[in-house]
Design a protein around this ligand. Structure first.
Ligand code: ADP
Length: 609
């Protein structure tokens, strides 16, 4: 079998095409999935986080200003309806405080946040609490809205407002801008804006922080005491706290003299401010709602708070890209399929119309087309041979049959005597018929591959002698001399009966086509057997055709002694069945030589010495 080079193979082309399609589809799908999911998730997350933060901040504000959660349900209900979320509030022991609607149990769910105004989740509020660094000292995680006992009643604000007004004019004097804002504890505060290179304006504004109202004195003093005992200072000092919760050391003897204030050293500042915050938390405890767990969930699916639905633009992207990939796949497949099928169609059409198939490619289809052409050619040749053969057979059988019939009819009509001579004539014709039929049988067997030969070591001299003897009589009758010339004692591996048939055919031809006075020589040497005559010879243009079935030179056709035209064809078939060759050389009017070459016999087994 001839193999198609891999580069031309249909399998390779199909493989390359499908691999390319698959790679394109995978890349497109992966890109689409990654980009769409990323977009959708960030969109969803952004939205859900904003929602969560809003709810968190609202509830944190409530908790900072109420000592219990009794007002929470109404608040939650309204916000849940607005956001289309389920909002649930639980105690730290997971007892439901408020729930915006029914839904799956959240007993095992992860809370969105813990709401504790004294321990604010800065990740959810996004940085320092409400920007109120003035009040908290920047470090506290206590919601500034939780003011508790530190509230300044409106009646005591006059003094503070006056200081604030002074501070504002001081700020304007240094050329900066400022404005007053109200803090959750009822104190005014000043926000400086504009260019302030030397912090003069900040200095003007800071005065306000050191003014303590009557209402604040007691709670701040208590805060100082608690912080002092927490910090474990030497007996000489105690801690004081300003209204903005910044700390100072004060003499244990006289607490209110600002002149004796010493700033807190930075090494101990973390511990000290931790103590202040702890003390503040303890004081505020009673004023704020207890910590609670917040759950913001999907009212439909339950515990998972992150809904994943595709936006319109993402859906369009997915549909467009997948549609594009699908379309490209279909297009490429159709194109490749069409290219593959086109030569097959041409092949079918050509085969249907008994025309030669056009061969245009080197691939499997090209090979198929070539094979189909070869087979059609062989079939046509065989068909022509078959027709010629049938007509030849009919022709060959007709002559002896016509002879037999004519003789018989003449006898019936008493035109010929029914004597021994007539019987001999009829017998000769019947023998000729028999001969033709035997030859045809041999040829048919050779064609079918069932021609059996039984090779054995055969002495060539014996075979030639036997053939010469059996042809002695006709040779004498024709006036042709028969001689044998054997060099040495050659042995061949051949079926002796078939070898006699081959040599016999050649000798019969030699006698037949040699005029009286000529000779036929049966010669043999180590590697060949030849039959040489001094007869009429064969024209060079006829030489290639003498082995064809039923072929005869025109001259021999007219001869009464002419054979069937099958003899040489059979002789060659038989030689080939032995694995040998039969060739002819001839010179017109000088004679012909037919040479048989048989494969050398295997060497005799070595004889032990
Ligand atoms: P046929 O029965 O006619 O001899 P063959 O197949 O034996 O058929 O030979 C085919 C033809 O080859 C013969 O008809 C003859 O024309 C030619 N031929 C065969 N042998 C010889 C020969 N020895 N000398 C000249 N012509 C020959």
């Amino acid at each position: 079998m001839i193999r198609v080079p891999l580069r031309h193979s249909l399998v390779t082309r199909l493989l390359v095409t499908s691999v390319l399609i698959v790679i394109a589809a995978i890349v497109a799908t992966a890109w689409l999935a990654a980009s769409t999911a990323t977009r959708a998730i960030s969109q969803e997350q952004g939205q859900s986080l904003t929602d969560d933060k809003g709810v968190y901040d609202m509830l944190l504000g409530y908790a900072a200003t109420h000592s219990d959660w009794s007002g929470a349900p109404a608040l939650i209900q309204a916000r849940a309806a607005k956001l289309d979320r389920r909002i649930t509030l639980m105690t730290l022991d997971r007892a439901v405080l408020a729930d915006s609607g029914p839904g799956p149990s959240l007993a095992a769910a992860r809370p969105s946040a813990t709401i504790d105004p004294l321990n604010v989740d800065t990740a959810l509020t996004g940085g320092p609490l409400n920007g109120d660094t003035a009040l908290t000292g920047g470090a506290a995680r206590i919601d500034p809205r939780a003011v508790g006992p530190f509230r300044v009643p409106a009646a005591q604000r006059d003094e503070l407002d006056k200081v604030a007004a002074d501070a504002l004019s001081c700020i304007r004097k240094v050329g900066a801008q400022g404005r007053v804002v109200d803090l959750p504890n009822g104190r005014p505060s000043i926000v400086v804006s504009g260019f302030d290179p030397d912090s003069y304006a900040a200095g003007c504004a800071s005065k306000l922080a050191f003014v303590t109202t009557k209402a604040e004195v007691k709670p701040l003093a208590q805060l100082g005491r608690l912080a002092t005992s927490c910090a474990g200072l030497s007996a000489k000092y105690r801690l004081g706290v300003w209204p903005d919760f910044s700390v100072f050391y004060a003499s244990a003897v006289d607490s209110v003299k600002v002149a004796e204030v010493q700033p807190v050293a930075s090494a101990s500042s973390a511990r000290i401010s931790g103590c202040v915050e702890k003390a503040r938390r303890a004081m505020l405890q009673a004023y704020v709602a207890p910590p609670a767990l917040l759950f913001v969930t999907d009212p439909r699916s339950g515990a998972d708070q992150t809904r994943f639905t595709l936006s319109r633009s993402n859906t369009i992207r997915i549909v467009t890209v997948t549609g594009g990939v699908l379309l490209a796949t279909i297009l490429v497949t159709v194109l490749v399929g069409y290219r593959l099928v086109r030569p097959l169609r041409a092949l079918t059409d050509a085969a249907d119309g008994h025309r030669p198939v056009p061969v245009s490619t080197q691939d499997e289809i090209g090979r198929l087309a070539r094979a189909l052409n070869d087979s059609t050619e062989r079939r046509d040749r065989a068909e022509a041979q078959r027709r010629a053969m049938v007509s030849d057979v009919a022709h060959e059988l007709r002559t002896p049959l016509t002879n037999i019939r004519s003789w018989l009819e003449a006898a019936q009509d008493d035109l010929a005597p029914t004597d021994g001579q007539l019987l001999e004539l009829l017998h000769d014709e019947a023998l000729l018929l028999q001969h033709i039929i035997d030859d045809l049988t041999d040829l048919a067997a050779a064609d079918a591959g069932t021609l059996r030969v039984h090779p054995e070591p055969t002495y060539v001299r014996d075979v030639l002698t036997q053939v010469a003897e059996s042809h002695r009589a006709p040779a004498q009758a024709a006036g042709v001399e028969l001689t044998i010339a054997v060099q040495g004692d050659p042995v061949v591996t051949a079926d002796p009966v078939r070898l006699r048939q081959v040599v016999g055919n050649l000798v019969a031809n030699g006698i037949r086509y040699t005029p009286a006075g000529g000779s036929v020589t049966l010669a043999a040497s180590e590697d060949r057997i030849s039959v040489r005559d001094t007869g009429v010879g064969i024209a060079p243009e006829n030489l290639p055709r003498i082995f064809d079935r039923f072929w005869r030179a025109d001259g021999s056709r007219s001869r009464t002694t002419g054979g069937s035209g099958l003899g040489l064809a059979i002789a060659r078939k038989l030689t080939e069945a032995h694995g040998g060759t039969l060739t002819a050389e001839s010179t017109l009017a000088h004679g012909s030589t037919f040479t048989i070459r048989l494969p050398a016999p295997p060497p005799p087994p070595a004889t032990p010495t």
